[in-house]
Structures are given as C-alpha cells and as structure tokens.
Design a protein around this ligand. Structure first.
Ligand SMILES: NC(=O)c1ccc[n+]([C@@H]2O[C@H](COP(=O)([O-])OP(=O)(O)OC[C@H]3O[C@@H](n4cnc5c(N)ncnc54)[C@H](O)[C@@H]3O)[C@@H](O)[C@H]2O)c1
Ligand SMILES: O=C(O)C(=O)C[C@]1(C(=O)O)C=C[C@@H](O)C=C1
Length: 361
C-alpha cells in the first residue's frame, strides 16, 4: 500500500493514520471537524485534506451511523480503489451501503478490537492496535483485491486479522463489548447521587469495572442503536442471573436453614460461572489467563521506581505480558502486578528478591 485516506481523525482514525505513516504510506486526512484533522496532521499522522488522485485505500473512522453514507459519497467521487471502516457494528454498515446505492464490491467492513474511553486525535497512538484482533467482514461481493488491501492495513497496524460474518460479529461484540459497556455505565450511574463519603472509599475493583463507563455517550448511544437487538438479548440473560442473585440474597436472611444453604450454593454457583468465563478471556494474541501468573511487587512512591523495576525484570530475561498498578494511600506506596508466563514466575520472583525488591507471595 502506497497511499491511504483516513476519514474521521478522532481516536481510531488518527491511530490508524499514525501507524500507516510510520510504515511509509502517504496518508491524507479529512474530518468534518477541521481542527481534528489539522491536529492529526500536526501529530505526524499525514497531510490535511483529501487528494485529487485516487488512493489505494480509504479508511472510514466516523461514528457508526455515518459510515455507509460517507463510504457511498466517496465511492461516487472516486476517492480510492478500496474502502474499509473501523466501526464497532458491522451488519448495519453492510445493509445501509446497499440502501444508499454504494458499491459493495470495493468495500470490506472492519473492526479493530482496541480503543479507549477518551475520544479525539490527542488520545491516539501508533501502536494502539499492536497484537490486537481486527475483524474483517467481507461480503460475497467484496473483490479479492479489496480484501487484500484491508489485510495489508491490519498487518501495517500490527494487528491480527480475523474474518467473520457481519451478523456473527455483531452477536459476539454484543456479548464481549456492548453489553459490558452498558453495565459498566449502569454501575457508575449508581454513584452519581451517592454521598461523597461512600464514593471516596472506592477501591481498585470499582475503578476496573467502570473504566469504560467514561466513554463518549454520543458514540456509545450510536453503537447501541446500531446493535440494539443483540445487546438486548445479552441484557435479558443478565436480567435472569440478576433475578436469581436478588432472590438468593434475600433468602439468606430466611429463618429456614435449608433455604439459606440453598441460596449460598446458588450464589457460589453464579460466582464460579464468573471464574470460568473470566478464564476464557484471551489476554494477548489468544493467550488465556490460566497460562499467566501474577508476580506482585511492593514499591515505594518515588519517581523512577517503575522504570527501575521494569529494568530489573528485563535483566532477568522475563517478558511481561501486562502490568497493573494499585495505589495504596497510607503510607503512600504502590502494588505492581506483573503478568508473566506461568513458567517464568518463580524464577522472576527469586531474581527480583535478590535485587532487593519486596515480592509478595
Ligand atoms: N473508541 C473506541 O474504543 C473504538 C474502538 C474500535 C472502533 N471504534 C469505532 O471507530 C469509529 C470512530 O470512533 P472514535 O473512538 O475514533 O471516535 P472519535 O469521536 O474520537 O472520532 C470520530 C471522528 O469522526 C468525525 N466525524 C464525524 N462525522 C464525520 C463525517 N461525516 N465525516 C468525517 N468525519 C466525521 C468526528 O468529528 C470525530 O473527529 C466509530 O465507528 C467507533 O465505533 C471505536
Ligand atoms: O478499551 C476500551 O476502552 C474499549 O472500550 C475498547 C473496545 C472494547 O470494548 O474492547 C470498545 C469498543 C470498540 O468497538 C472496540 C474496543
């Protein structure tokens, strides 16, 4: 791929553009909000404005309900030889393209499974998609050369391509992304009117559960709108489990010992199913939790301490899959959780201890 156009230079569009320019692709940037496209250009993501001659690939990173109309409009003006998008819902984009009179042969749907809760170009990063899955949803009418361009885009962004049917994709993300987002928002919404004292003592668990609730309500209401039936099905299933949990909790105060025991077992069973589901979530490139172990290190609250710790981990020859940091206020210190392969956890603990680190069991 030599040239590309990115339409919509927010978080995702600018991240795509940055990744492409790093690989020497000439990128042209466009956004209805010209300040956004100019910011992306200033960040080194490409040049401001659309080109006169057709580019190899046009990538649409606009809100889901605008994708088909924009693709159709640019297909009609001959912007590119191939067209793709990054929208979070795929069925609607395919259907609407036909309704708007677009060309399905030069279009293939796409969805990178990476992002963040902060919108706009300033939150973008060239490595946002590194090692992440990127779903492509070619239709029967998508031309092979168009599909190949999209595959090259995924590869230049360092992502891992997964080919899926659009409807199958939408059902999957309803379960793994859209319904969880809504539930995270519901949980956070409970805090809106709670007294300050209660909210102040929130722990890391609540922060983990509600990070995505910070997402843009405008974008997320569009995503939910575009995938409403599939998301409603998942919420219905949650509702059944919630009903069970509520009645089990109420019955725990029952005077009947047998009833109380049964409720405890019901709750335990729900929590166990949670463990099982959680263990199925791949951590990185298909790895599951059970392949990884956590090495917990207590660090003091002083500048440069993390860099020092990671340098010692590197010197021990261990690859860190993920890092989580929990701040403990009194006395101020941090608990750093290093996620590493099961097979290297014991050796890493030994090595860090001998370097003088406080490694917890
Ligand atoms: N945020 C995420 O985590 C995430 C992850 C994967 C995919 N996506 C998808 O990526 C797309 C973009 O999301 P984002 O997070 O980058 O949002 P964003 O708000 O950061 O950026 C969207 C940009 O599109 C521009 N825009 C809106 N309508 C336009 C139009 N008609 N023509 C040109 N530009 C237009 C806006 O001005 C904005 O700059 C969405 O379809 C979203 O579903 C988002
Ligand atoms: O990490 C986040 O903040 C995200 O919400 C990213 C996330 C997701 O649910 O995984 C959100 C929506 C996108 O369509 C793809 C990725």
């Amino acid at each position: 791929m030599r040239s590309a156009a990115v339409i919509g230079t927010g978080l995702i569009g600018t991240s795509v553009a940055l990744a492409l320019t790093r690989h020497g692709v000439t990128v042209h940037l466009s956004d209805t909000n010209t300040a956004s496209a100019r910011t992306a250009a200033a960040m080194g993501a490409g040049s401001f404005g659309l080109p006169d001659d057709p580019v190899d690939l046009a990538v649409f990173a606009v809100p889901p309900t605008r994708i088909s109309a924009e693709v159709t409009r640019q297909q009609q003006s001959g912007l590119a030889r191939a067209y793709t998008d990054v929208g979070s819902v795929k069925g609607r984009a395919h259907e609407d393209l036909c309704v708007f009179g677009g060309d399905p042969a030069s279009y293939v749907g796409g969805h990178p499974l990476a992002g963040g809760e902060r919108p706009g170009p300033l939150a973008a990063a060239a490595d946002l998609f590194q090692g992440r899955y990127w779903v492509l949803t070619p239709s029967r009418r998508t031309e092979q050369s168009v599909f190949n361009q999209a595959l090259e885009l995924v590869s230049l962004c360092g992502a891992v391509p997964v080919v899926m049917d659009a409807a199958e994709h939408d059902r999957a993300v309803a379960l793994t992304s859209h319904a969880p987002h809504l539930v995270s928002a519901l949980m956070a919404a409970r805090l809106a009117e709670t007294d300050d004292q209660s909210v102040r003592i929130s722990g890391q668990g609540l922060r983990d559960m509600t990070r995505i609730a910070g997402g843009d309500p405008g974008l997320w209401s569009e995503i939910l709108d575009a995938n409403a039936p599939a998301v409603a099905d998942v919420l219905q299933a949650y509702a059944e489990d919630l009903t069970l949990a509520v009645s089990a909790l109420r019955a725990l105060t029952d005077t009947d010992e047998v009833q109380r025991k049964r409720s405890r077992l019901d709750l335990e069973e729900l929590l166990r199913r949670g463990n099982t589901g959680r263990n199925r979530i791949p951590q990185k490139k298909g790895r599951t939790h059970t392949d990884l172990a956590v090495v917990q290190v207590e660090v003091s609250d002083r500048p440069g301490i993390l860099a020092q710790l990671l340098a010692d981990v590197g010197a021990a020859g261990v690859n860190v899959e993920d890092v989580r940091i929990e701040h403990v206020p009194d006395p101020p210190r941090g608990l750093v959780e290093l996620l590493v392969a099961q097979s290297s956890a014991a050796a890493l603990s030994r090595s860090l201890r001998s370097d003088g680190w406080q490694v917890q069991q």
